[in-house]
Structures are given as structure tokens and as C-alpha cells.
Design a protein around this ligand. Structure first.
Ligand SMILES: [Zn+2]
Length: 86
């Protein structure tokens, strides 16, 4: 079954399988948890040492076959403005 995040699930008309705020609330500062949103390819949810939620997304040229994937960490605010690619 495909999983969709807080941003993508509402666009598809159902509840999020990957609840960003619920996951972030359970993270200790300086840690992250991996995930994979089938919509926007959200890769991980993290928390900075200062307690800010950060999200890992593929950066630009996402290479499906490569083991080295360019990644970018963005704030929750910026994440919600990114295109969901559904
Ligand atoms: Zn998503």
C-alpha cells in the first residue's frame, strides 16, 4: 500500500499515512525518522537541536538507479510550498 504525507494525502482525498507533525512530536532533538511519501518523495522527518521540524526531500535531479541521491533538508513551512509531483 502506498503511503502519503500530510501535504499529499489531502490532495488525494484521504487522511495522511505519514503524519508529519505526529512523527516530529515523537522525535528527540537531533534525530530523524525515514519515510517515503509516494506523492512528493518525502524521505525523512527530522528535528534540529533547536527543536525545529525539518524534512528531507530529493534535491533536483533525483536519480532512481543511483545509490548516491542528492538530498535537501527544508523547513516545514518551505516543504508545504513545494510541488507534490502527484
Ligand atoms: Zn508527500
Amino acid at each position: 500500500m502506498a503511503d502519503f504525507c500530510t501535504k499529499c494525502a489531502p490532495e488525494m482525498g484521504f487522511d495522511a499515512d505519514i503524519d508529519i507533525d505526529a512523527v516530529a512530536a515523537n522525535l528527540k532533538p537531533g534525530t530523524y525518522q525515514t519515510c517515503l511519501c509516494e506523492g512528493c518523495v518525502l524521505l525523512a522527518i527530522g528535528k534540529t537541536d533547536g527543536g525545529e521540524t525539518i524534512l528531507a526531500v530529493p534535491d533536483g535531479n533525483y536519480l532512481q538507479e543511483s545509490e548516491e541521491q542528492p538530498v535537501r533538508w527544508v523547513s516545514r513551512e518551505e516543504f508545504m510550498t513545494l510541488p507534490s509531483k502527484i
